[in-house]
Design a protein around this ligand. Structure first.
Ligand SMILES: Nc1ncnc2c1ncn2[C@@H]1O[C@H](COP(=O)(O)OP(=O)(O)O)[C@@H](O)[C@H]1O
Ligand SMILES: [Mg+2]
Length: 288
């Protein structure tokens, strides 16, 4: 569905954060309809997801929050049409992307993982440009636009001066910036992020959270962001969906209408404390 975009690639300008990027193609619609996932286990079956129905129809950062092992990555892989590792299409139920059933990778959907999967033998710039090597994108996006997009996204993630370095020469945060840039260079309508900052130290994690918010304003796509960290959910989420422990069901679902970026002061606010309490209660109930 993504057409080649003639407009110049955007530079994310912190001075005008609300301005959508020229050429940004907007946010995709995701529908999960009564998803059930069972895996074979010990001669029987393990139900990991038990009837999850969700619609993401407003652009923003949608946080899926749940304890480790509850099935978050399984759900996200389904949205990404990824069948590895294991079987990622649901046992029953459907995943619709932009109104059509999704059975495999979708060109408007890009995923970012905790292990950033940068190629060690390629420079920062080559890693960012990597998606253009595929036949699909090479044929859709001309060389000039590839160059413009690459420059814009290297600028947006603050890696212009590191373009010639290799991943081993970068910090964890910088490597995650490369992975984010590689995802966004395709201007996806849907960005799926699986605990992307989970392996970073606290300070780098805060920097990356702030960067994601800033970048989102220039590339306002549909972000589904997985975390098991309550404060991360409260800092990033326009909407927060809480999954119960195995089998995953929706335990709670709320909107946070608080402007971003949010900071440590917001985390101590009465609303944040109330939401944190609500989340902890739900997670505790699920674990009981
Ligand atoms: N391909 C698979 N085969 C069997 N069990 C799996 C498979 N993938 C995930 N699981 C199990 O499903 C549960 C949920 O896993 P996952 O979605 O990775 O959870 P989370 O991301 O919330 O930590 C875990 O118990 C995990 O062992
Ligand atoms: Mg996971």
């Amino acid at each position: 569905m993504t057409e080649p975009v003639a407009a110049p690639a955007p530079a994310v300008d912190p001075a005008s954060p609300a301005a959508p990027a020229p050429g940004a193609v907007g946010a995709g619609l995701i529908e999960l309809v009564d998803i059930v996932q069972r895996y074979p286990q010990d001669g029987g079956e393990l139900t990991v997801i038990d009837g999850v129905t969700l619609t993401f129809d407003k652009p923003g950062i949608q946080v899926l929050l749940g304890p480790s092992g509850c099935g978050k990555s399984t759900l996200l892989r389904m949205m990404g049409g990824v069948r590895h590792p294991g079987v990622a299409s649901p046992t029953s139920g459907t995943v619709n992307i932009d109104g059509e059933a999704c059975h495999g990778p979708h060109e408007d959907v890009v995923m970012v993982f905790q292990r950033y999967a940068n190629r060690p033998d390629l420079t920062v710039e080559e890693n960012v440009r990597f998606p253009f090597r595929t036949k699909l994108w090479r044929s859709r996006i001309g060389k000039a636009e590839q160059d413009e997009r690459t420059e814009a996204i290297l600028e947006a993630v603050g890696l212009k001066d590191k373009r010639s370095l290799y991943p081993a020469q970068l910090s964890g945060g910088q490597n995650q910036r490369v992975a984010l840039a590689r995802a966004l260079v395709l201007r996806p309508r849907i960005l799926l992020m699986d605990e992307p900052f989970g392996a970073l130290d606290a300070q780098t994690r805060e920097e990356m959270q702030a960067l994601l918010i800033e970048i989102w304003k220039g590339f306002p796509c549909q972000v589904v962001f997985i975390t098991h960290d309550v404060d991360e959910a409260l800092l990033l989420g326009d909407r927060v969906i809480i999954l119960s422990t195995q089998p995953a069901r929706i335990a709670d679902d709320f909107v946070i209408n608080e402007p971003k970026p949010r900071n440590g002061i917001w985390l101590q606010s009465s609303l944040a404390n109330e939401l944190r309490g609500r989340v902890r209660q739900m997670l505790h109930q699920g674990a009981a």
